[in-house]
Design a protein around this ligand. Structure first.
Ligand SMILES: *Cc1c(COP(=O)(O)O)cnc(C)c1O
Length: 432
């Protein structure tokens, strides 16, 4: 077994196994894990730390900690001008930003959303007693299928919330046409899509409003954070009131509201990360290309593509596993990788419609969501970001290679292992 040293982005050093000679050496069968330290899907990108500490020091010096301070204002201006939109309203997180956008837009009754998304998209509606109506996706784009949207519209429908999954734009043109013709409000959950474009226009400019998340795991983070972007002056004003308890000035509350404010230290993180944003994208792109080369020759592993004609942030390494070709299923590959300390994930398994409370409300929703159901079984996310190096990607792909090349033996061994475990836990249950 060859062992090599790898310098990581944050310059700690640890050793990894370069290649597996044999499938029996995989950690799932008791071998030593390939990664001494866990490799995460969304390990945060962090820009210039010295600069961040300078800004943090200024915040402490001036005692301007929150309430629309200078850092938040600068962050909002930079995001708005980067996207090319009139208003950016920064908030404490993407979920609250989504809730406020939905409320300010006046959505009620039923709103059409994909089920193949992070659960916050559905929760932001349900939290305000709006019914999320789950819509199937187009298996090619992983985004809302506009033909299916149209069929779900009822007299109670007031809007559509599209999600630009993995940063790849929804079919905004088709959705805007439907929304206009049927008198619906259109909002986009753009949590994945900062730095991405659609027909050459930056995402953040589409529909009535778009919402970014700056959560730690996203390409651009403010620790926690989010923002609503809109070109609608009236809507922007309502949103600004709502995120600050409805205060229009000292002692003057003119609207019902909540506390959705972003704090100064969060904005400071956003500013230094914006300075490094091009480097983040370049690292993600380099890693994406490394995965592409190494996965190309593996049967049943298709890497999600990003349109070369658009801006993409390359933050998500999404693989669709075809079990009939790979010989192993997505869940088996996740198990194998996780044993090696490669914490691959099954986003957004099993789909919002199979999570509570939606699962109890609509127990048969899956029947109407065949593409979502199929995709939720196939999607595998691999580690990416500035703390992942091409050398580590070599290791991840060599684990996959070893597993897939030896799929029949591996399947048998995994099945035997499961059986033994079941037997062991049955014995334990009896003896208790
Ligand atoms: C991350 C995410 C959110 C929620 O954003 P937070 O900032 O974590 O609240 C919403 N929708 C999608 C699709 C996300 O990935």
């Amino acid at each position: 077994m060859t062992r090599i040293s790898v310098r990581r982005f944050d310059s700690t050093t640890f050793s990894i196994k370069r290649s597996f000679k044999e499938w029996r050496e995989l950690a799932i069968f008791g071998g030593r894990p390939a990664m001494a330290e866990a490799l995460h899907v969304g390990r945060p990108n962090v820009g210039n730390r010295a600069r961040f500490l300078q800004l943090a020091d200024r915040i402490l010096e001036t005692r301007f900690l929150t309430n629309n301070g200078p850092m938040v204002s600068e962050f909002e201006e930079r995001i708005a001008s980067y996207v090319g939109v009139r208003h950016c309203i920064a908030m404490c997180n993407g979920t609250v930003a989504l809730e406020i956008a939905i409320r300010a837009a006046g959505l009620t009754g039923e709103v059409i959303v994909p089920a193949f998304t992070f659960v916050a998209t559905a929760h932001a509606l349900q939290w305000q007693e709006i019914t999320p109506v789950f819509c199937d996706i187009d298996p090619r784009t992983h985004n809302l299928d506009p033909r299916h949207v149209e069929r779900l519209i009822t007299p109670k429908t007031t809007g559509i919330v599209g999600v630009h999954l993995w940063g790849r734009s929804c079919d905004t043109e088709a959705l805007e046409e439907i929304a206009k013709r049927r008198g619906l409000k259109l909002i986009f959950d753009a949590a994945h899509a900062f730095g991405c474009s659609n027909s050459g226009q930056m995402i953040g400019r589409f529909g009535l409003a778009e919402v970014f998340s700056f959560h730690a795991t996203k390409i651009l983070n403010t620790f926690e954070g989010g923002a609503v972007l809109t070109n609608d002056d009236q809507l922007a004003e309502t949103i600004r009131l709502m995120k600050n308890f409805g205060f229009a000035g000292f002692d003057n509350v003119v609207h019902v509201g909540t506390n959705g404010k972003m704090s100064e230290v969060n904005a400071a993180m956003g500013l230094i990360n914006l300075d490094s944003f091009d480097d983040f994208v370049a690292a993600s792109r380099r890693n994406y290309d490394a995965y592409r080369q190494r996965l190309e020759t593996l049967p049943g592993m298709s890497l999600l593509k990003y349109d070369e004609g658009e801006n993409s942030n390359y933050h998500y390494i999404v693989v669709e596993v075809d079990q009939s070709k790979a010989g192993l299923g997505r869940d088996e590959l996740v198990e194998i990788l996780q044993a090696e300390n490669v914490l691959a994930r099954r986003y957004f398994y099993p789909g919002c419609h199979r999570m509570e409370p939606y699962r109890s409300y609509y127990p048969n929703a899956g029947v109407l969501l065949p593409e979502t159901e199929k995709l939720a079984q196939r999607v595998l996310l691999l580690p990416n970001g500035t703390s992942v190096s091409p050398k580590q990607i070599d290791v991840v792909c060599s684990i996959l290679n070893t597993a897939i090349r030896n799929a029949p033996s591996l399947r048998r061994a995994l099945a035997a292992r499961r059986k033994n475990r079941a037997k062991a836990s049955a014995v334990e249950a009896v003896s208790q």
